[in-house]
Ligand binder design. Structure first.
Ligand SMILES: O=c1[nH]cnc2c1ncn2[C@H]1C[C@H](O)[C@@H](CO)O1
Ligand SMILES: [Zn+2]
Length: 362
């Protein structure tokens, strides 16, 4: 019962992932094959070297430079076949890591260079998730919901929001904005968020990663985000005195009181400079203060990670046990964009029994 969870054991736990980018999780071998077909030049054509190149280049200390690495993944995701393949492999890889429910996001507007329409992009990805979620025995191994992202420096958010609503009954469960944060406040896209609210649709906003509290404040109080992508800089509104007394500012208190989910991505945050190290990541304090923290991968390729590995790093840094990992997982499932009864069924029918089995095996 008291044993520290190992990476192998964590892999077996039924986990939930809310923040993972489709174009940040390709298999290196797939990038190489697709690039060869398309005539796209890569920094390396050796899978291990290429994986290393992505990790090192993303290790830049800046969100903007981190985002530069996506040129190579997006370049090879421009046809229906490529998008379906990448999505199918994504679902397979997540299921192999023991994830039972995932929300995977991507920006349809980045995948039209080969002549696809936005609708064709969405349909190709949905088809890939359907294929990759099904095991060889025909049984569903994982449930994958899609989030459609609009790029915050562009001006297509309304179009993408409408796309998300159009495909809401076909597997698209929500909307997001991503890209460089400084200089591109969420309020630039207020019309899209207001439209989504009128449509009773769900959305999350990348905020408090490359920029601080004003971005989080706008995302919540102006735009009405259901969740925060990262939200790590909410720590700037929390003070810890020398004697350990903690004081929350008004925004941090609001986020906690309203149980606004934080989609935290520890390794990615260290790479972009949003956190100094895993051990110093605000997730430790936020978990102690009972914010609704969830653990995520962001970009598995750029961070050389998986959800199990993110959990294992947290176990090492903060001494977390099975109860903590279950708490993060239930938080994530409660915060998902699928209907309440379906979330509850996964919590009671899959997550709790799965963790109980692992705990009692100790
Ligand atoms: O962590 C992130 N912050 C902001 N933007 C991001 C992050 N990870 C990926 N993106 C961008 C790059 C992708 O091309 C886009 C859609 O997935 O979202
Ligand atoms: Zn992200």
């Amino acid at each position: 019962m008291t044993q520290t969870p190992t990476l192998e054991e964590i892999r077996k736990a039924p986990k939930v992932l809310l923040h993972d980018h489709l174009d940040g999780g390709l298999r290196p071998e797939t990038i190489i094959e697709l690039a060869r077909e398309r005539g796209h030049r890569l920094p390396s054509t050796d899978p291990d070297n290429l994986a290393e190149w992505f990790r090192e280049s993303a290790d830049s200390g800046s969100l903007e430079r981190y985002l530069d690495t996506f040129t190579h993944t997006v370049a090879v995701m421009q046809t229906r076949e490529a998008l379906t393949r990448v999505a199918a492999e994504c679902a397979e890889d997540l299921a192999d890591d023991g994830i039972v429910y995932a929300e995977v996001r991507y920006a349809p507007e980045l995948h039209t260079d080969g002549g696809l329409t936005l609708d064709e992009v969405v349909e190709a990805v949905l088809e890939g998730f359907r294929i990759g979620s099904t095991g060889p025995d025909g049984r569903q191994r994982i449930r994958v919901g899609t989030l459609l992202t609009a790029m915050r420096h562009q001006a297509r958010s309304m179009e993408i929001a409408e796309l998300a609503v159009r495909y809401r009954d076909a597997g698209v469960v929500g909307f997001d904005i991503a890209g460089a944060e400084a200089g591109y406040p969420p309020t630039r896209h207020l019309d899209a968020f207001e439209y989504l609210k009128r449509e009773n649709a769900h959305f999350t906003i990348h905020a408090g990663e490359g920029f601080g509290l004003p971005s989080i404040w706008q995302a919540i109080q102006w735009c009405g985000a259901d969740r925060l992508g990262h939200g790590v800089r909410i720590i700037d509104d929390i003070t810890v005195a020398d004697d350990g007394t903690v004081t929350l500012g008004r925004l941090a208190a609001y986020v906690r009181d309203k149980r606004i989910p934080l989609e935290m991505c520890p390794t990615s945050n260290v790479q972009t400079g949003a956190a100094k190290s895993i051990a110093e990541h605000p997730i430790g304090l936020l978990r102690r203060l009972c914010f609704r923290v969830t653990v995520n991968t962001d970009n598995r390729l750029m961070s050389g990670t998986s959800l199990s590995l993110e959990f294992a790093k947290l176990v090492e840094a903060f001494g977390y046990g099975w109860d903590d990992l279950q708490w993060f997982t239930v938080n994530a499932m409660k915060s998902a964009f699928i209907p309440f009864d379906e979330r509850l069924a996964l919590i009671n029918g899959v997550i709790k029994p799965g963790f109980a089995q692992l705990k009692w095996r100790m």
